[in-house]
Write a protein that binds this ligand. Sequence first.
Ligand code: ADP
Ligand code: MG
Length: 473
Amino acid sequence: HAKIEYEPFRKDFYTEPSDLAGMTEAEVANLRLELDDIKIRGSNVPTPVQKWSQCGLGVQTLDVVRKLGYESLTSIQAQAIPAIMSGRNTIGVAKTGSGKTAAFLIPMFRHIKDQRPLAAMEGPIGLIMTPTRELAVQIHKDCKPYLKALNLRAVCAYGGAPIKDQISDLKRGAEIVVCTPGRVLDLLAANSGRVLNLNRVTYVVLDEADRMFDMGFEPQVMKIVNRIRPDRQTVLFSATFPKSMESLARKALTNPIEITVGGRSVVASEITQIVEVRNEDKKFVRLLELLGNLYSDDANEDVRSLIFVERQEAADALLQELMRKGYPCMSIHGGKDQIDRDSTIEDFKAGIFPVLIATSVAARGLDVKQLKLVVNYDAPNHMEDYVHRVGRTGRAGNTGTAVTFITEEQDRYAVDIAKALKQSGQEVPEPVKKLVDGFHEKVRAGKEHKAGNNAGFGGKGLDRLDEERETAR
Ligand code: ADP
Ligand code: MG
């Protein structure tokens, strides 16, 4: 970095409105409590804003926000937007569906618009990293209304799609790149570095950082981040913030403001969580019953359901069986190519078919308002995965139901699921409690190793990543 002469840039765009500046400490504390119990760490944290007009945004942006129907800010937005607009590195932790995307996009546009336009071969200024292509696509889509209004360009770059197309998109110029870490590294290496150049990047987003970490992307993320000027602004958003992620955060963000919304209750209260102990051979009948109950009510004609299975073979098998029972459905998983997965998600959103079968990774970040039912046909094997799966329903304050099947043999998984239930204030059903107790009993007797949340992190995460990249190829 010492060899490159970076241009100066501005990152503080925020002046506290006088009505906020006049609040007493007690009033500010009370306001944070009302905003889903916002907890903060760090020095000089601005007071949460209460209206969009207090954020210091231009009319074009405010116009888009109004057109999107965002009447008020969500809690994370109320605190994170003034923090980021002040130029601070910011960590935002809030449950899924709480509006984290807008919390990092809106300040980013302000940041970018302040800079001189891109010259040929320059760009991007904003770099958004996210663990999966589905999520990258979603964020790219969320950018679109602002891009038009502000005359900015965004390119989406992820593995599994032809790199050629992404290269030509980048060559046309883009102020914003939304990407998965692996693909950024590929692009940086392409044409001896003439395709993607990070010299003008001054705003970096790590979105769904917990997933990124869980999938073993930490080395890639750090490699990329270390190639960006050290005085950049970095923001990190996540639904959960496991202890094991702290060192990544410390390395990527200096002197951050940390914002946590809603304490440790990780699943939105709008989502009813049901967990049932079911043997493998009883699952299908129960699934039919759940779908039958839902769709026999005409009021639910437009409602969507998402069914999670562990492996792609299981997804295809279940698809056949459900089709035979008369449910129009489709599946997405790592074995399908990107174009298929994208168009399947489009059709699902459009309501062309009501039931989608997916593996966890393929459905990451899926945001469909009409999604009312999530079924974990195969139980997720750790808490973060559980939280993300059930968080596909209950979007933007809507209600939803998540039903999880767990077999007697999966007592190990019951531990994390019970923890998630407890932390979101829901009762742990008796049969699930029994599984948990049974597992602890085995651990005490030395028959099982205790493997908590972190079982999938580190080495195993990297293997999984390699596997995924292989499948994508
Ligand atoms: P997260 O990343 O926290 O899981 P998203 O950013 O995907 O959540 O937002 C979830 C949904 O809430 C999206 O459909 C988004 O358009 C909507 N949303 C975001 N901000 C607001 C707001 N201020 N008012 C109403 N809806 C919002
Ligand atoms: Mg998000």
